[in-house]
Design a protein around this ligand. Structure first.
Ligand SMILES: NC(=O)c1ccc[n+]([C@@H]2O[C@H](COP(=O)([O-])OP(=O)(O)OC[C@H]3O[C@@H](n4cnc5c(N)ncnc54)[C@H](OP(=O)(O)O)[C@@H]3O)[C@@H](O)[C@H]2O)c1
Length: 282
């Protein structure tokens, strides 16, 4: 299939989500080429991309690159914030420009952003029709990150934006450090890929069940066979991560995957219990 249909170019395909996604694509017979800062087989560099453009036979382009915002070893300095920004906005822009220049356009450009584009609220419920807003550094980042990916759509390349909630998994992301209020059950494939060729626009990448931090912590503890968890005080998170970053863990939004469900997406782990059971499975 990969030789006939072409391959998928995945920015940040070496990461936590990117590795799982690339494995899924390969298991379906697609070729995968990763854009990475590190050399390796089936990889190109960001400089290669800018200088040589899209590799021949690229049928789809996906960007999953981004400096880990919650890296506890990195202080929230202006320099680090710039890395966080550039690693998302500039990589998305490089891929968008390569698509614009390509003679043979890929069928689809998929970019990720975060539910951080929705203002935390204890009452508001957001779906994909809700407008993103700029109210802090992370929301401005999400806004710009989504925006720079939109250019190829003007030339008819289908653009899908996944506004992802926190991704739970054994191999990376926040689960390694902390217990968090939101989760995304990594979805299984839905029917045949060719049924989904009309998907475009924003999709909320969250599971249909909304849970609070407390509910998540309780369920996760139960899955780990622990009787209770000691709550992490907010001031400790503020101290360790700085308030601007800690907000990602201490505040939350109620986000509903309305369009995602309307497209018929089937979740492999639709509720918090099944997601937690999968995480702790050794
Ligand atoms: N995990 C979550 O819960 C979550 C939630 C919402 C949104 N997202 C977004 O989804 C994307 C993937 O998340 P993830 O958890 O898979 O991330 P990750 O594993 O921390 O990193 C993804 C990849 O980004 C590349 N990268 C890291 N720093 C970079 C830099 N300074 N410049 C260019 N590339 C850099 C790395 O690839 P190389 O080392 O190969 O260059 C890395 O493998 C990120 O943009 C993230 O913000 C994640």
């Amino acid at each position: 299939m990969s030789n006939l249909a072409g391959s998928v170019l995945v920015g940040g395909g070496s990461g936590f989500i990117g590795t799982a996604f690339s494995q899924l694509l390969r298991s379906k017979g697609y070729g995968v080429l990763i854009v990475s800062r590190m050399p390796g087989p089936q990889r190109i560099s960001w400089t290669d991309l800018v200088e040589n453009g899209l590799p021949a036979n690229t049928m789809a382009v996906v960007n999953l690159a981004g400096q880990n915002v919650l890296d506890p070893t990195r202080r929230w300095t202006p320099g680090f914030k710039q890395n966080v920004w550039n690693s998302r906005v500039n990589t998305t822009q490089s891929l968008a420009q390569a698509i614009l220049k390509a003679q043979n356009k890929p069928k689809v450009f998929v970019t990720i952003s975060g539910v951080g584009i929705y203002q935390p609220s204890s009452t508001a419920e957001y779906n994909e029709d809700s407008q993103g807003k700029k109210f802090d550094f992370l929301s401005e980042l999400c806004y710009e990150w989504e925006n720079v990916g939109k250019m190829p759509a003007h030339l008819g390349v289908r653009h899908v934006i996944i506004r992802s909630g926190v991704v739970l998994g054994k191999k990376g992301g926040m689960i390694r450090h902390l217990y968090l209020p939101f989760y995304l059950g990594l979805g299984g494939p839905v029917g045949k890929g060719d049924q989904k060729e009309d998907v475009r626009g924003v999709l909320n990448g969250v599971a249909p069940q909304i849970v609070t931090n407390k509910e998540f912590a309780k369920t996760f503890a139960k899955a780990l066979w622990r009787p209770a968890l000691i709550p992490i005080p907010e001031y400790a998170l503020n101290l360790a991560f700085s308030e601007e970053r800690a907000k990602m863990m201490t505040e939350g939004q109620k986000v509903v995957p309305k369009r995602t469900l309307a497209y018929g997406f089937q979740y492999k782990y639709p509720n918090i219990e099944s997601a937690c059971r999968e995480i702790v499975k050794s």
